[in-house]
Structure formats: structure tokens, C-alpha cells
Design a protein around this ligand. Structure first.
Ligand code: ADP
Length: 594
């Protein structure tokens, strides 16, 4: 049983099913306790030839055995089977539903959280939330309710029957059982702490493994397998250490419980035997009492199990709650209601920006304008702030009011989704999904006609390459599919963005891995086909020199804005960069990679 604001609602939602499960459980518990009475009658019947039945002594013969022992036993067994089936379906079924719903809510939250969150919480950690932690919470919800009800019902009924038979013997049996509960509570507390450490160690291990698998080519190229293995071994050892500590505590708990249960058996046999000896009990009654005690073992163990399970569940639920309660750092401002379409006029006005937690301003007093339909190149050295400029335009981070304008409207007055709806972006990492090429290209349009897909691929100059793959546009990419080259990846990403047909197209260093001829062809295609605003980030002047306008960035400042010819004559820094790049090209012989 687990409580918390994110889980309470499920008890209410599944109340009818849980109640049905509880009714079935009560029925099973009730009929189960008829069995010790049957034991008594059989033993006493065999010993004395007659038994006490409904207040009177009746002969113990074959008819009695069949009618009053075997037949009720069959009914009891049938009821127990049906009842157990019902409560299992009710408890475990609703637990699975809770897990599914919670997973949906977690995923929903994940998609709203901003980049900042993912910089702190790595993929491995997120994966363990969605696997280990979720499973633990599910387990706690289903089995937790079951254990609690069973402990109360079966334990209560059996205790009542035991007390009716002999109070002293019941009290003596209860002493070790109370000790058992105390051990469960104390050790359970330490187990919660260890469980948290265990989950954290597992997350670190997952993070590291995920990083290593993603960067396997780098590790191999730098022959750093040994170093990685050592680092992995350390994390694996840490993980082992906290797991062993957890298992030690868990074993301590189980051994104490077994010990205490065995001591109750000794008490019943010792004191119960004495009662038989003095004639207070007969052999059948002792067996009946033992039968009740046997039924009570499980509920008491269930309480201990419940304590342990709850400790784990609480820790896991706390981690899940942290995710569900995480507040997205970048959200619409209160006055973001302007949902009109965006045509593509862009203005940056005196924007100074520092990354959250950063120590210096990455952009300083940035101001420039782009008219709708213009083709603009943003150029500057690596780290000068080019990606930051477009990231801010797409509202990946918060910007001050009055610093970015779209169609003359402050970007903070426009809902974030609207801004992104009217922009198509080719990010630097060119991430492609493990899906068919056509699904990747049509990603923004949720499908889209074949003709459109081919048109976008042609525009990105990748149609010929795609047709060379065995399955053409149906070729599956990624982990379980075909691996494409860096240049092909870039061009498929460009096709995906072009397919969106948005008024603003942003390409971040998107032609860096293609050869000069292909780059030229893509840029010409874009010029011919596109009517909207196009922003192309590059670090080679040759990529942007034919653009309508070039924004030259150096160290977070805009040093010049204008055509290539204008910048050459007005901006000495730009001229110097052009000359250096030209010299570089002459030395290396012009060309690119594919
Ligand atoms: P460019 O695209 O010109 O290579 P960026 O805009 O990516 O440059 O980066 C500009 C500066 O901002 C760099 O110094 C970089 O280290 C820093 N930077 C980029 N992203 C972040 C981030 N998420 N948090 C803190 N600093 C960042």
C-alpha cells in the first residue's frame, strides 16, 4: 500500500474493482479457516470413533466422512480457487492499469520539460525511472493492497478463532509475532535508505552504459576501451556494493522472521502439548489450533513484506514524483495569446543572453532584422553564439520581453507551440528516428504524400542515394536498420525540414558534411523552390556568400550585417576571415567530405 499525491487518485479510480477483490479475498479467508475444523473432526473421529458436530456427539463413520468432511472440503477448495482467481484479477489487473496510466503521465511530462532538465537528468536515469521505479510502484500498488487486506482479514479471523480456543496460548503465540513486526519496522527503515542508494547506483550505471554505447565509435577510434572498462568496473562495483548491502538487510529480515515463526511453533507444541496432557485440549483441538496458527503465518509475513515493499515503493514513488512535479523552465508567458500565423519577419533587438547557471553572457546586445522571404547566412567561428541565436528564436530558452520579434510581435506574446509550428529546423546533430526513410522525411507532416516526400528529398539532393538502398524510401534506418553516412543523414534531415514547408527554415551547419557540388546543388534548389525566410548557419564563407544577407557574429556580438560584397568592404574582421579561409582552401585544395 502506497500513498502520495500522484498515487492516491488511483485508489479512488479503481475503488469498485478493488472492493470486489477485497470481497473475494474475505470469502477465501473465511472458507480457508474451515479447514482446521475438519482436521479436528478427522483426528478426533479416528481416535474416539465419534465427533462433536453442531453441539452434539455423532458417530464418525463413512457417511460422516463423505458428507461432513470430504464434500465441504471440495466446496471449500472450489470457492478458494474461484475467489483467488477473482482477487488476483482485481488487484493485479488494476495495478497494471495504474502502471500504464502513470507511464503515460510520465511520458507526457517528459515531452514538456525543457532542455535544461535533460542536461541534468541523463537518458540512463530516465530509463530507470520508466523501468525499475515504475515496476516497483506497480508492485506496491497491487500486492500492497492485497497484503494489507489479507493480513487484516485472515490474521483477524484466525486470531479470533485462536482466542476462542485458548486465550493464554494465543497470547503466548503473539509475543514472537509482535517482535517480528518490530523487526520489520526497524529494518524496513534502513531498507528504504538502501533502496534509494541502490536505484541511484543503477541510474549511474545505466547513464554510463548508454553513453558508452552511443560513443562506441569514438572509444574505439581513440583506443580507450581499457579506460572505459575500468570506469565501468568501478560503477559496477559500486552497484554491487549497495546491492549486497540491501540483500544483507533483506536476509536479516527474513531470517529473523523465520526464527520468530519457529519459536511460535515451539510454544504451541510445548504449551499446547501440556494442555493436551492436562486434558484442557484434545489432540484434534491442538491440530485445529495449529491449523489457525499456520493461517496466521502468511498474514504476519505479509505485513513484513508489506513494510519492505512499501519502503522500496516510497523511494521509487518519490523519484517518479520528482519527474511529475518538475516544472518546465520554458513555458508560455501569461500574455502569450497571439496565435495568428507567422509570415517570417524576424527582429532581434538588443538581446543579451546568458545560459541558466552560466557564468558569462553568450550573446551581447544582439540586434538585426530579417525580412520575410529573405535568405540569411549567419557566420562566425565555432562558439561565437550562432546556434544560441536560433535556439532563442525557437524559444528553447527564456528570453527577456522586447528582445525578439516575429512579424513585429514580441515572441513572448506568441505561444511557444505557434512559434515552432511556423518554423522548420535542421539541428546540428541531425537526429533520425529508427524508422523508414519516408517516415523520417514525413515526420513533421504526420504522413504526407509520396510525391511530396520525393520532392523534399530531391530538393535536399538525396533522392538518388535513397533509391540506391535496397528498399528505397522504405529502408529502415538506425539501430536495427541501415546506417547512413554523415552527409546522407544531413540531407535526409534537410528533406524532413523542407517537407514541413514552414515560413521560416533554419539550417544549423547542415551542409558541413556534403561535398562542394552537393552543397551548391542544395543551396540552388532552396533558392529556386523556397519562398519563405531561410536562415543558414555556417562557418565557411563559400556556403553563405550568395545569400541576400549575412550576419557576422564574433564572440557573441554582431559585428556586421549585409551582403557579402558590403561586408567585404565595411567589416575588416569579415574580410580577414574570408582571406584566411581562401588561403586555407588553396593550401588544402578545394573540396569537402561526403
Ligand atoms: P556556435 O553555434 O557559434 O558554435 P553556440 O551558440 O553553440 O556557438 O555556443 C555559444 C557559447 O555558448 C559557447 O561558449 C558554448 O560553450 C556556450 N553554450 C552553448 N550551449 C550552452 C548551454 N546549454 N549551457 C551553457 N553554455 C552553453
Amino acid at each position: 500500500m502506497l500513498f502520495g499525491k500522484h498515487i492516491n487518485r488511483y485508489y479512488v479510480k479503481h475503488l469498485p474493482v478493488l472492493l470486489l477483490g477485497i470481497v473475494a479475498l474475505i470469502m477465501v479467508d473465511y472458507v480457508q479457516l474451515i479447514v482446521p475444523e475438519l482436521y479436528r473432526m478427522v483426528i478426533n473421529g479416528m481416535n474416539k470413533g465419534e465427533v462433536l458436530y453442531e453441539g452434539a456427539m455423532v458417530p464418525f463413520d463413512i457417511n460422516f466422512l463423505l458428507d461432513k468432511i470430504c464434500l465441504p472440503l471440495i466446496v471449500v477448495i472450489l470457492l478458494m480457487v474461484v475467489g483467488r482467481f477473482i482477487w488476483r484479477i482485481c488487484f493485479f489487473g488494476s495495478a497494471i492499469k495504474v502502471e500504464t496510466d502513470l507511464r503515460g503521465r510520465m511520458f507526457d511530462r517528459c515531452k514538456d520539460l525543457s532542455q535544461e532538465y535533460y542536461m541534468v537528468n541523463k537518458v540512463g536515469n530516465m530509463m530507470s525511472l520508466f523501468t525499475n521505479d515504475l515496476e516497483t510502484v506497480q508492485d506496491c500498488f497491487g500486492s500492497g493492497v492485497l497484503y494489507l487486506c489479507d493480513a487484516v482479514m485472515l490474521g483477524g479471523l484466525a486470531l479470533m478463532k485462536m482466542t476462542n480456543m485458548n486465550r493464554v496460548l494465543t497470547l503466548l503465540s503473539l509475543v514472537p509475532l509482535s517482535l517480528m513486526l518490530a523487526v520489520g519496522l526497524i529494518v524496513g527503515k534502513y531498507m528504504t535508505l538502501k533502496w534509494e542508494e541502490r536505484q541511484a547506483a543503477f541510474s549511474s550505471l545505466s547513464d554510463f552504459s548508454q553513453d558508452s554505447f552511443a560513443g562506441i565509435s569514438v572509444i574505439k577510434a581513440f583506443v580507450k576501451e581499457g579506460k572505459e572498462l575500468l570506469a565501468f568496473k568501478k560503477l559496477n562495483k559500486d552497484n554491487e556494493k549497495v546491492n549486497v548491502e540491501y540483500v544483507k538487510l533483506s536476509t536479516l529480515m527474513h531470517i529473523s522472521i523465520t526464527l520468530l515463526i519457529e519459536s511460535v511453533t515451539c510454544i504451541i507444541l510445548g504449551y499446547g502439548g501440556y494442555l493436551v496432557y492436562v486434558g484442557t485440549f484434545d489432540a484434534g483441538q491442538l491440530l485445529e489450533f495449529f491449523g489457525y496458527f499456520n493461517s496466521i503465518i502468511w498474514p504476519v509475513m505479509a505485513i513484513a513484506e508489506l513494510i519492505e515493499m512499501r519502503s522500496r515503493g516510497k523511494a521509487s514513488l518519490a523519484r517518479i514524483s520528482e519527474l511529475l512535479d518538475a516544472v518546465p523552465a520554458v513555458v508560455d508567458s501569461e500574455n502569450a495569446t497571439d496565435d495568428r500565423p507567422i509570415a517570417g519577419d524576424i527582429e532581434f533587438r538588443n538581446l543579451t543572453f546568458r545560459y541558466p547557471g552560466g557564468e558569462y553572457d553568450v550573446l551581447k546586445d544582439v540586434s538585426f532584422k530579417i525580412q520575410r522571404g529573405e535568405r540569411v547566412g549567419i557566420i562566425g567561428k565555432t562558439g561565437s553564439g550562432k546556434t544560441t541565436i536560433v535556439d532563442l528564436l525557437l524559444r528553447t530558452y527564456n528570453v527577456p520581453d522586447g528582445s525578439i520579434f516575429l512579424d513585429g510581435r514580441d515572441v513572448n506574446t506568441i505561444p511557444i507551440k505557434t512559434v515552432r509550428k511556423y518554423a522548420a529546423y535542421v539541428p546540428q546533430d541531425n537526429f533520425l528516428f529508427s524508422d523508414t526513410i519516408e517516415a523520417n522525411i514525413a515526420f513533421a507532416t504526420d504522413g504526407g504524400g509520396e510525391e511530396e516526400i520525393v520532392r523534399a528529398a530531391r530538393l535536399a539532393d538525396v533522392d538518388d542515394n535513397i533509391r540506391e538502398f535496397g528498399m528505397g524510401y522504405k529502408t529502415v534506418l538506425g539501430e536495427r536498420g541501415t546506417t547512413v553516412s554523415g552527409g546522407q543523414k544531413q540531407r535526409i534531415s534537410i528533406a524532413r525540414a523542407v517537407m514541413k514547408n514552414a515560413p521560416i527554415l533554419i539550417l544549423d551547419d547542415s551542409v558541413s558534411a556534403v561535398d562542394v557540388k552537393t552543397e551548391k546543388s542544395i543551396l540552388e534548389n532552396l533558392q529556386k523552390e523556397r519562398t519563405g525566410t531561410t536562415i543558414l548557419i555556417a562557418h565557411r564563407v563559400t556556403t553563405v556568400e550568395k545569400m541576400d544577407k549575412i550576419v557576422y557574429v564574433e564572440d557573441g556580438r554582431i559585428l556586421a550585417v549585409g551582403s557579402h560584397a558590403e561586408l567585404l568592404s565595411t567589416c575588416p574582421e569579415y574580410r580577414r576571415m574570408v582571406e584566411l579561409q581562401r588561403l586555407d582552401d588553396m593550401e588544402n585544395g578545394e573540396g569537402g567530405q561526403n
